[in-house]
Design a protein around this ligand. Structure first.
Ligand code: G6P
Length: 614
């Protein structure tokens, strides 16, 4: 959600800012802008509606020189996406420029007060209020920009990551964060600033994560200074960035999403590496083992998550209840945080988040913390806010996910959840070694099973052409396959804009079956399991009403093949791991339908990869 980038040093800032904005575009892409202090000292702001390439066109004939600058790619919260509402925002005198990710909740009160003091506003954004407030404080009290930002932020209620620069100041960016991420890259006589490390990785591997409630003075001639809003000096921990540039490029694929779908055999290898022992006799998840008493004595486990991560959590519920006999609840983080939930100190709360930055999930973690629960994180982005806010956790290690529709992170999350369940089941001693070994061997085989499923690519490409006409889709599954059906439906609606709903197959007859006619494609996950026969009956019910059935079946299937209009055959895995295998054809189906419809697959309308506002 909104991407922030900044540079101060000896190089020209503009090319670094533009490249960084391209890297961050997945966070928001309705408008973009840059501000640069030119060699003559003027503060130039250029911004426009559209994508970063539109901004590049717009600035072609402009003076973009300067060695200090900030850039922004926007996902609108206050004010429609247009040129004026795009960031950076100028202050009244045009001496200060600011970019912001987040929401200033008390902006209306602050705005009224500033208007009374003669300030005028160009945009409908909450952000413009902040830059005006900074200027007001600076001009009325004579303090430095750093002090003015500090004073202004003390009056602000809400969430923010900001970067501020000033006319005539070639050396400095002031940055601050509360509930929105910011990371500083430390170079030789130069600094980089960004919402995440992706724009920084090609310049330096030394990074400092700014903590919540901290602000930074980033001056090219001075050591980095980080303080709290109350001016308490914070410790600066320089961390080494483990990321490669090739992970951030498409590698010959037309879209990041397709690349990420095809990466899954490797990402699952990375996910289980060093965790499942080669003989399949053990699973070692250190974050769980180090806190095993918390888990084993847990009254309940509560998952909190949003979007795709919430679907993965539903699978986690099955896995943990099934293997460990610990009661599990799965909560939408956005609901959990506001509904005064009952949380016991002996609950374990598992926060699941690819980005580790989702505002609602982070807030749910805080609520759980205040109630004394033990918090475990399942995140992808190393060093992210949720990863750092939790007591312990396990990374999914799938590498940067850039396509807005989550694919490899989902399968990584499910894989980690299987390992969490197995680790606990072993500790509890309630799973026979034979059963344990079967699932462990299944985990080891997953990369090759996913590779086999990826060979369906061409079949699904052909199949997808037949369904671009559809306005609605239904996805059905039961047991472990039910959350996979929800996720399949979400993938399709996110990137193709076709309305799609997922249901437990047996729930069909309680309402949704009324939607079935000969126009309605119904994707049914009907792989072999203990309720296969029931699923077959559900398929018959749809067939009897003329629905067009696309069934995902196991290799040895006989019955569904005779009923379904189209069959997608996937290899067998232990039932609890089947959501990973069946997800692959569903990801491909959504992808190819969206491509046929000419959609912007990696950056679908209205969405953002990382939702850092409520
Ligand atoms: C956004 C993304 C989804 C993602 C959800 C949760 O809505 O578009 O793909 O599943 O946020 O994100 P998280 O990073 O917490 O998993």
């Amino acid at each position: 959600m909104c991407g922030i980038v900044g540079y101060v040093g000896k190089r020209e800032a503009y090319p670094i800012l533009i490249k960084g904005l391209h890297r961050l575009e997945y966070r928001g892409y309705d408008s973009a802008g840059v501000a640069v202090v030119s060699s003559g000292g003027s503060l130039n702001v250029y911004k426009c509606r559209g994508k970063v390439c539109d901004l590049e066109n717009y600035t072609k004939d402009k003076d973009v020189s300067g060695t200090v600058g900030i850039g922004h790619t926007r996902w609108a919260t206050h004010g429609e996406p247009n040129d004026v509402n795009a960031h950076p925002h100028y202050s009244e005198s045009k001496n200060i420029a600011l970019i912001h990710n987040g929401i200033i909740e008390n902006y209306a009160v602050l705005k009224d007060a500033l208007i009374e003091n003669g300030y005028t506003f160009q945009s409908c954004t909450d952000t413009e209020v902040l830059v005006q407030l900074i200027e007001y404080i600076k001009s009325t009290t004579g303090v430095s920009l750093f002090e003015a930002v500090q004073a202004a932020l003390k009056r602000v209620v809400g969430a923010y990551a900001i970067a501020v620069i000033e006319k005539g100041n070639y050396d400095e960016i002031i940055a601050a964060r509360k509930s929105s991420p910011l990371v500083v890259g430390v170079g030789d006589g130069e600094f980089f600033l960004a919402s995440d490390a992706t724009p920084i990785v090609e310049y330096t591997d030394k990074v400092v994560y700014i903590n919540d409630g901290e602000m930074a003075r980033i001056n090219r001639h001075k050591p980095l200074k980080v303080v709290t809003l109350d001016n308490q000096e914070a410790e600066i921990g320089i961390e080494k960035l483990e990321m490669s540039i090739s992970q951030l490029e498409k590698g010959g694929y037309p879209h990041f999403m397709l690349k990420e779908i095809h990466e899954q055999p490797r990402t699952i290898v990375d996910c289980i590496r060093g965790r499942v022992t080669p003989d399949g006799e053990n699973v070692v998840l250190s974050g769980v083992l180090a806190n095993k008493e918390k888990f084993l004595n847990a009254r309940r486990i509560i998952f909190v998550a949003c979007g795709t991560s919430w679907h993965a959590a539903l699978i986690g519920e099955h896995l943990i209840e099934d293997m460990c006999r610990i009661p599990v609840e799965v909560e939408y983080a956005s609901e959990f945080r506001y509904r005064n939930p009952v949380i016991y100190p002996d609950d374990v709360v598992i926060a699941v988040s690819q980005s580790g930055e989702t505002a609602d999930t982070l807030a749910a973690v805080e609520v759980a913390k205040q109630n004394g629960a033990f918090i475990f994180g399942i995140c992808n982005v190393v060093g992210s806010s949720i990863a750092r806010a939790t007591d312990s956790g396990a990374y999914i290690h799938v590498g940067p996910e850039i396509g807005v529709a989550s694919t490899k992170a989902f399968t990584g999350q499910v894989t980690v959840m299987a390992m969490v369940a197995m680790t606990l089941a072993k500790e509890k001693g309630i799973m026979s070694q034979d059963e344990f070994r079967e699932v462990a061997k299944g985990l080891q085989a997953l990369p090759s099973l996913v590779s086999q499923a990826l060979k369906l690519d061409e079949q699904i490409l052909d199949l997808s052409k037949m369904f671009t006409y559809a306005h609605n889709f239904i996805y059905l599954g039961r047991g472990y396959n039910y959350p996979a059906a929800l996720e399949g439906a979400l993938k399709l609606k996110e990137i193709s804009y076709i309305h799609a709903e997922g249901y437990p197959a047996a729930e069909m007859k309680h309402g949704p079956i009324a939607l079935i006619d000969s126009e309605m494609p119904v994707v049914v996950l009907a792989t072999a399991n203990n309720i296969y026969d029931k699923t077959v009956s559900n398929i018959q019910e749809i067939k009897a009403r003329g629905g067009r059935i696309i069934a995902v079946v196991s290799e040895n299937d006989t019955r569904v093949k005779d009923i379904a209009d189209y069959c997608i055959t996937v290899p067998a895995a232990p039932e609890c791991l089947m959501p990973v295998v069946v997800s692959v054809p569903l990801q491909l189906l959504a992808y190819y339908i969206a491509v046929h419809k000419g959609r912007d697959v990696d950056q679908p309308r209205n969405l953002a990869k990382s939702v850092t506002v409520e």
